[in-house]
Design a protein around this ligand. Structure first.
Ligand code: NAI
Ligand code: MG
Length: 394
């Protein structure tokens, strides 16, 4: 019997490609695992009216560790058009299955590391004070609250009367008193103390474990006083237990400006759902973008690891796949760390670092080419060649 059982959810488009290539890397590294395939994504929306079938939930409930590729999402009207005709008018409503998984399993801690790899031609460079070129070593790890806040889904256009009445008890609603209900769109930003405490604590524990000097709360507490304010307040309390770790406090807008000024200064960054989404993409842009950005979704009973890119449908059917598998491979390394296979994770990461540093094998994104089937003839490595190079470096 294998030591680990992993639920694999390739999903749609290039999710299938990068996941199967990643399994080749895991096999080559000697990871002792059995993989259980689980259905998820567009195909199951179309044929069953559910992109996240119950059988997939059951498999995750049983095995608790998942590797996820990517899914395709489309707006509600378009989704309905593609539903199998026999299922139409039955009340099915499309939802994003990865958001569904995060909520179902309360995967409330999202971790998004953004380490720059030496030799990556996509790394951010800037001009130094002496006019020379600097390539800062970016190492930020973003902890994003994954289930609440602006992405919590509590929102209305034309809010019900009792919602309006409750809002009208707030004195700032005076500014909107002449706006009719049907002209009001409201998206709530709900933070719970429990979830805030958890994400803040996890970020400090991480900094502590890896000997990092600072945790930065990246929110906007001077303006969004209640929610951002709660996160900063809880961070101050948790910091007292970790006196050797500094607590920094940045505003999301200023943080985006500082991305290009001093990104190397940041260790761990902790944010609510939306600002975490923004700041993690911002940092990912400094280290090569979607082909390099890995992530983990962690709950108490389940954890799912995925690249942050989507299904890139335009590349899904290329005869020779061209997309970069590194984001998925590094996501699998996060999984290995999570289940205690630290040596394997380090070996695979080292192999990826070596391939990037060697610079002989580069996918189209690393050559700054526009993604077409032609890139193979322009010197870009295919997805399979990149995977082969990583395996060879192992
Ligand atoms: P996307 O991430 O799929 O692709 C955007 C562009 O980034 C691609 O066209 C390609 O140029 C580049 N790219 C993405 N992955 C790459 C890789 N591994 N190597 C090299 N280049 C890569 O985002 P897009 O086009 O906005 O969305 C496509 C579909 O994916 C949509 O249906 C969207 O809803 C879904 N999506 C799913 C996500 C998930 O499963 N977690 C996340 C983001 C989008
Ligand atoms: Mg995002």
């Amino acid at each position: 019997m294998a030591k680990h059982t992993i639920v694999t959810m390739p999903g749609d488009g290039i999710g299938n490609i990068v996941l199967s290539e990643t399994l080749r890397v895991l096999d080559a590294a000697g990871f002792d695992a059995e993989y259980v395939h689980a259905d998820i994504g567009w195909e199951f929306w179309r044929s069953e009216g559910n992109p996240l079938p119950e059988r997939t939930i059951k498999l995750l409930e049983k095995h608790r560790i998942g590797l996820f590729g990517a899914i395709t999402s489309k707006p509600p009207a378009e989704a309905l058009e593609e539903l199998d005709p026999s299922l139409r008018d039955k009340g099915y409503v499309y939802f994003s299955p990865i958001v569904g998984l995060r909520q179902h399993f309360n995967l409330d801690v999202s971790i998004r590391p953004t380490p720059s790899l030496l030799g990556n031609p996509l790394n951010f460079i800037r001009r130094g004070a002496d006019g020379g070129i600097e390539e800062p070593k970016v190492k930020a790890v973003i902890f994003r609250q994954n289930t609440e806040g602006l992405y919590g889904g509590v929102e209305w256009t034309n809010p019900p009367a009792q919602v309006r009445a409750a809002l009208d008890t707030h004195k700032k609603m005076a500014n909107f008193k002449d706006t009719p209900n049907e002209d009001l769109a409201i998206s709530t930003r709900i933070f719970t103390r429990k979830a805030v405490k958890r994400i803040v604590r996890r970020s400090f524990e991480f900094a502590d474990k890896f000997g990092l000097k600072s945790v930065t709360v990246c929110e906007k507490p001077n303006v969004i006083r209640e929610t951002s304010g709660m996160m900063l307040h809880e961070a101050r309390l948790v910091q007292q237990e970790f006196p050797h770790i500094q607590l920094w406090n940045t505003n999301i807008d200023a943080q985006m400006m500082w991305l290009t000024k001093n990104p190397e200064d940041y260790d761990v960054i902790v944010s609510g759902n939306m600002f975490g989404d923004i700041v993690s993409d911002g940092f990912a842009g400094l280290i090569g973008g979607l082909g390099f950005a890995a992530s983990a979704n962690i709950g108490d009973d389940c954890a799912i690891f995925e690249p942050t890119h989507g299904s890139a449908p335009k590349y899904a059917d290329y005869e020779i796949p061209i997309v970069n598998p590194i984001a998925m491979v590094l996501s699998a390394c996060m999984m290995l760390d999570h289940i205690g296979e630290f040596d394997l994770a380090t070996r695979i990461r080292t192999a990826v670092e070596k391939v990037v540093a060697d610079g002989q094998v580069r996918t189209y994104d690393m050559l700054k080419l526009r993604g077409t089937q032609e890139v193979i003839h322009q010197g870009a490595a295919s997805t399979v060649q990149m995977t082969d190079a990583i395996i060879a470096a192992l």
